[in-house]
Design a protein. Structure first.
Length: 192
């Protein structure tokens, strides 16, 4: 890892909203951030339902990609230096595994490692309505230092397309890593 180049793990789970993971990878590539991708099996199915991309196309957007079952991959260890991890979108199943520390895949194992190493973990949880269990799991992850960042649209930006909504949500998540996409309409910033 270059001393100056950021490195972020990107997890894509099976929740609806594959476009968030796609846009995240595209944005990180534009920002010259090294990306390490983990895609769940359910995410591959969702990708096929929601987009024209294949899993191979998605993997090509990352610098490195790992099989979901490779729990011995580099990013499963705390010695793997990284600036953090974003799960976009994050299913409630992945959320539950991360919250309990009972990880069954590389995606949730890598998130668990990020938390134990006190690095930045951002989960773009995609579910509604939420049960008490979902809410408790979100609170648990937050108490462990993770950030719950559902892709909630900001309509004050007067979005004209779905792409505008996605760009805003992804841009706000990347703000948490000090990364500027130039695609976030900032509240009243033009007035200053």
């Amino acid at each position: 890892m270059s001393e100056n180049r950021k490195r972020i793990i990107v997890g894509i789970s099976g929740a609806s909203g594959a476009v968030y993971g796609i846009k995240l990878l595209e944005s990180l590539r534009e920002l010259d951030v090294e990306t390490h991708l983990i895609i769940s099996r359910a995410a591959e199915m969702t990708l096929a339902y929601e987009t024209d991309l294949t899993a191979k196309d998605l993997r090509a957007l990352a610098d490195k990609s790992y099989p979901i079952g490779d729990v011995g991959a580099a990013c499963s260890s705390g010695s793997f230096r990284t600036d953090g991890m974003i799960v976009a979108p994050c299913s409630v199943k992945s959320l539950a595994e991360i919250a309990t520390g009972v990880t069954s895949t590389l995606l949730t194992r890598a998130a668990d490692v990020i938390l134990k190493e006190r690095r930045r973990l951002v989960l773009m949880v995609r579910e509604t309505p939420l049960t008490n269990v979902h809410l408790r799991n979100m609170l648990t992850v937050s108490e462990m230092g993770g950030i719950i960042a559902p892709p909630v649209p900001g309509f004050y930006t007067k979005p004209e397309s779905i792409d505008d909504l996605v760009n805003h949500s992804v841009g706000r998540v990347l703000d948490l890593f000090g990364l500027e996409t130039g695609r976030v309409a900032r509240w009243r910033e033009s007035e200053t």
